[in-house]
Design a protein around this ligand. Sequence first.
Ligand code: FAD
Length: 453
Amino acid sequence: LSSVSGPRVCVVGGGPAGFYTAQQLLKARQDALVDIYERLPVPFGLVRFGVAPDHPEVKNVINTFTQTAHHERCSFHGNVNVGRDVSVEELRQAYHAVVLSYGAEANRPIGIPGENLSGIFSAKDFVGWYNGIPANKELCPDLSCETAVILGQGNVALDVARILLSPLDTLKTTDITQHALKALAGSGVRRVLIIGRRGPLQIACTIKELRELVNLPNTRAEMLLSDFEGIKETLKDLPRPRKRLTDLLMKAVNGGEDKAEKSWSFRFSRSPVEVLAGADGKRAAGIRLALNKLEGSGENARAVPTDQLEDVDCGLIISSIGYKSILIDPAVPFDPRRSVVPNDMGRVQDTPGLYCSGWVKRGPTGVIATTMNDSFDTARVLLQDMETGELDLSIKKPGAQAISALLQTRGVRTVLFSDWEKINAEEERRGKPHGKPREKLLDVEEMLQIAWS
Ligand code: FAD
């Protein structure tokens, strides 16, 4: 491959954005070499660590990513933490172009008193716990309470609600971690309240996730009828996707199985103002909510808190109010307000040769298909810059050769895609006796041992 004299591009992050950007570049230029650098020893980002275990069909994109990784002009270098093991500037020296596709790995704080009490988790960590993110393996959430509150009404919030309420039998044969399965088997959670700042017309989930909740066996919905006053009249004027979602929501109001043992419900127009401690002063025992009034209408309606308060007893609070990107290298422009890399159509501001795609480019919203389109857009812009001479391809760049040498001097050993395939085989082997597609390895050291065995 060192004889290929075309452009050398590297992608930072081995999630959907990284793989889709690489795929498009490889397809469009027969002479391009693409290297993907990934922090973890395992690829696929949130497809592995975010997408719910009972959504195996969503994870089929892994097959496409695997094809890309097997492409003769693509290489995967796992176990490389860009910003720590190698700087973005060093990558820029070694490649004609660098694409930042490192996602959004932090969570937004709730910003209210009591949020550090025990019993409160970010959705990011809670999802990471049941999906096997190594850093979240010790989370051990206490599920002994009856009522759980989820803050936020997007797809991630609904995923968490569904996992908390699903019959164990439907989870048992997924790739959920065994420790989560065990904890859920002993769970006392019977009631899940999903809280949103705005009204039923502003709910942020998609219809698929709402339908799954509505159809969950042994559960019923317990909404407040007052939350739906006047909604019926507005239905006919709503844009089609919003109308379908609202139709389903209206049908769900107090639907479900009458004799169900568990319930879920949305609570609208409420913002958290304080987590209330129990008698020991350490554990969360409730949450204080401010009732909001909505100003304006439609997608842009704003929630304004009133001085009316409401206390809800609960023993588990999961905050699902959004992920956010972090700065991985001080030399890279970063917009701290929006928590994204500032860019124009994927070209990073004031930094020729640096591009971005995925959640780090446009913020942490959108499904994999949105991330795919956005990554194809970035690849198109990058290819355009190659065509127009904006990127100088006449200078020969060393690519992975130089970076591998650098990493070696720093004692960093990479995990190649073939090494990941050993981890993959071991996970599949461990899943088999349980009837699961895989049992994820939770320990980075163990992953590395198997990868390099
Ligand atoms: P990521 O998937 O986060 O990938 C970023 C990668 O960069 C990661 O592998 C990370 O390890 C790596 N990285 C981070 N920092 C560094 C560094 N310093 N150096 C090197 N590598 C680094 N979409 C759907 O279509 N269907 C679903 O059911 C669905 N469920 C979801 C559930 C959850 C809980 C979440 C959070 C999202 C879900 N999504 C779903 C959305 C989907 O996961 C995203 O659209 C997509 O993963 C974003 O891709 P990305 O590549 O930008 O980020």
